[in-house]
Write a protein that binds this ligand. Structure first.
Ligand SMILES: [Zn+2]
Length: 91
């Protein structure tokens, strides 16, 4: 049997209902931790221009987007898009 489950059952003196609650709590904590790591990974990849899916260098593409008129003068905004040339991941 799994060591963690084994020790939890022992800790709960063979109480399976109590152990079920503990296991579910443990699962939630592990899931939150995994989310944290993934979020951090995506941020670090963004800072370093890397694709979080496959680790390749991201490609940058700047597009001029029409923002209508401002005091009668056409207004534009440069928007930067990133895309992975290897796996197609888009930010
Ligand atoms: Zn990629």
């Amino acid at each position: 049997m799994n060591k963690i489950i084994d020790s939890l059952l022992e800790y709960n003196e063979g109480d399976w209902e109590e152990t079920a609650e503990d296991i579910k709590m443990l699962y939630q904590i592990a899931k939150l931790k995994a989310d944290d790591i993934m979020f951090e990974w995506i941020c670090i990849c963004g800072d370093n221009g890397k694709c979080p899916e496959c680790g390749s260098d991201m490609e940058y593409r700047t597009e001029r987007e029409d923002r209508g008129e401002y005091w009668g003068i056409p207004s534009y905004e440069d928007v930067v898009y990133t895309k992975c040339p290897n796996c197609g991941y888009e930010d």
